[in-house]
Design a protein around this ligand. Sequence first.
Ligand code: PEP
Ligand code: MN
Length: 347
Amino acid sequence: MIVILKSGATDEQIEHVIERIEQLGHSAHLSRGTHRTIIGVIGDEESLRSEPLKALPGVADVIPVLPPYKLVSREAHPDATIVHVGSVPVGGGYLAMIAGPCAVESEERMVRIARAVRRAGANILRGGAFKPRTSPYSFQGLGTKGLEFLRTAGDEAGMPVVTEATDPRLVETICRYADMLQVGARNMQNFVLLREVGQTDKPVLLKRGMSATVSEWLMSAEYIASQGNSQVILCERGIRGFDSATRNVFDVAAIPLARQLTHLPVIADPSHATGRPDLIPSCALAAMAAGADGVHVEVHDEPEQARSDGAQALLPDQYEELFQQMSRLAELYQRRIAGPGDSSGPV
Ligand code: PEP
Ligand code: MN
């Protein structure tokens, strides 16, 4: 940590800052420049983070040297973490190809879509049973019935399943059905929910909040990891912009940036990022080229009948075509798409 003193800081004030740092069990290294004096604080930065050093007279600023997320930072853990979703490895060269409808609507449809996306190559099935909707009058999901249908579809198609947890009180129930828990954009800073999923033994798909900085997103991952669960996959899903031509602004740079900052896998969701089926394939490929550890796409067999997000759904055939293109890129980048039950051999 570096303490920058005001230009007019007096010797007494500087002495007082040094005393305070030493009282807190750290040592101080004073450096007097021509224009500014700074104090380098030596010791465990974490324990000083919550100390109001900036409130001391004569202090202009306090700058931490280390990122505030310790457990998930790449600095603390240089090797990529491989998260296991059921038997599917994700990260460290293995790609998560997540596909399925926005919401689980019926058992028959769920099984049909599951088979279609598995045939196309997807290795993880998605489907929302508890939907976080902007309007209380919109379809809220089938609830526990939806979890049952999703589980059945996953088993029929031989795929692990991911579904969203919108409420900490639902986590235990969802864990009985799902292989991975999703924390959606709207709940990225629901700290009670983050703690709750952090206490499970299920991997967590953590969407980036629609107005969250990359640092806030990583702090949310840190919340989960701080409870003992480091099986977290981050998902860039677009952030709020001013142009309604696309649903959100796909922040492609956040993918390589987050991958530099954390050892956790980082995937992309071009469906919610763009909200437009005509833009999803190019953004999915851009995400892969940017180093994403996977791509999450909404697929529906009858988008015009869909009870949520039908307008952004790809048809199974369109997904299959996109999957072929993504596989070619994966090969170029020496990434593997492990099928369920197939995690043999390093990449
Ligand atoms: C979803 O995955 O259907 C969803 C609601 O996503 P997000 O939280 O990214 O909006
Ligand atoms: Mn959706």
